[in-house]
Design a protein around this ligand. Structure first.
Ligand SMILES: Cc1ncc(COP(=O)(O)O)c(C=O)c1O
Ligand SMILES: [Zn+2]
Length: 392
């Protein structure tokens, strides 16, 4: 079971008790969950993991849930890590892999975070949850809330993919379409939550979603037999998947499961919404609000991320980089991935393929480096984005 000890502010270091509801620290910093990894190291062995559940809950000792009955699972995680030699040959990458998060319940990696967050809501007695979302997190929250019997209130941009609107509505959530971006949705939730009695599940304002997302890092190490790759491409909206994986690598080193080697972390954004890329290029530690954000990769339409400083830290510490991709290039690359390998990716995944092409061309990466692309969602959720490429 869990080895959780406390939560710690990522800005000021203040400690909070585990086993309680939390949002941000008083200083405005996101709280991160901490574990007794020395105890976990004594009582848990990485060789036993395959005997655990065939889901992300096989890593329960480093997840925050303490009552097994609270776990709300639809089978999230343990997604395929697919070797992609045909795409590799096209791009000039000799050791290329795709971690296909599109096969998760609700068709995106957001299932991991929301399985963990909703499980904590069950454990702590929450009856109503609210979320501002770019789309896929809303779909995942609606599904897990339905599975847990919790009332779900969703606020997302009015032009989210139709799949997101329908999946949320079908799962019984109360959906509000907002004339604005995720940042505007966040303001509405923050303003109404106290009066409505909602617990806010905004990413990083709620400390447990990142814990689910970090299992992408544990799983990658397990699937590569505890040897991390040289390079990871990750499509960053809020960047929480990247921050979570970076946290997982640190935890695994403390557990004695991996060494000091870390992959170069590549933060991929859209040209039409690239606040973290801009901050990286200017040498800043935080991003500025990106005005007029627009992109077909709806999950990347996050004009200002709460955890931007954590993404920038991880990218810099890893000797990685940040890169922006045009919508045309991400759709084209998504179609190349599908036609070469049979993986129909979200535009967010396509953006990572296009980014790899650029970083090989400019010499930032070498063809022989072991490279993993995270396809964070299924292309079937983005029919509007792909439709112009396939007129009927
Ligand atoms: C398919 C997809 N990829 C990537 C992201 C970005 O997620 P993160 O917060 O981890 O940057 C999202 C967020 O909505 C998404 O839906
Ligand atoms: Zn703080």
């Amino acid at each position: 079971m869990t080895t959780v000890t406390h939560l710690e502010c990522s800005l000021c270091g203040t400690r909070r008790a585990a086993g309680q509801l939390h949002n941000l620290c008083e200083c405005g910093g996101p709280l991160l969950v901490r574990y007794d990894l020395a105890k976990a190291r004594e009582s848990w062995n990485r060789d036993w993991i395959p005997n655990g559940p065939s889901s992300m809950w096989r890593y329960a000792p480093v997840l925050p849930v303490s009552k097994p009955s609270a776990i709300t699972s639809l089978g999230e995680g343990m997604t395929p890590l697919v070797k992609t030699p045909r795409l590799g040959a096209r791009l000039g990458a000799q050791d290329l892999w795709v971690k296909d998060e599109g096969v998760n319940p609700t068709g995106s990696f957001k299932a991991r975070g929301l399985s963990c967050a909703i499980s904590m809501c069950v454990e702590l007695g929450v009856k109503k949850v609210a979320i501002p979302s770019a789309g896929n997190a809303a779909g995942a929250m609606a599904a897990y809330a339905a599975a847990a019997g919790i009332e779900a209130h969703i606020f997302m941009p009015k032009d989210v993919p139709q799949s997101n609107f329908i999946e949320c509505s079908a799962s019984g959530a109360k959906v509000t379409l907002v004339d604005g971006l995720i940042s505007d949705c966040g303001k509405i939730v923050a303003a109404r939550k106290d009066a409505e009695g909602w617990f806010e599940v905004s990413t990083l304002k709620e400390p447990y979603r990142i814990e689910g997302k970090k299992t992408m890092g544990y799983e990658l190490a397990e699937q590569f037999r505890w040897e991390l790759p040289d390079v990871i491409f990750y499509p960053c909206g809020g960047g929480v998947g990247l921050i979570g994986m970076w946290k997982a690598f640190g935890e695994m080193e403390e557990l004695g499961w991996i060494g000091k080697k870390r992959p170069k972390m590549i933060c991929v954004q859209a040209e039409g919404c690239q606040p973290i890329v801009r901050a990286f290029e200017k040498g800043l530690t935080k991003s500025e609000f990106f005005e007029g954000a627009h992109t077909a990769a709806s999950g990347l339409r996050v004009p200002k991320a709460l955890g931007d400083f954590l993404v920038l830290n991880a990218v810099r510490e890893s000797d990685g980089t940040c890169i922006a991709i045009s919508d045309d290039d991400m759709i084209r690359a998504g179609i190349e991935l599908a036609s070469d390998e049979g993986i129909f990716a979200a535009p967010e995944g396509g953006a990572c393929v296009a980014a790899l092409q650029k970083l090989l061309a400019n010499g930032f990466l070498k063809p022989e480096e072991r490279t993993v692309i995270y396809n964070t969602g299924c292309g079937l959720k983005y029919l509007e984005a792909y439709s112009p490429a396939f007129p009927r």
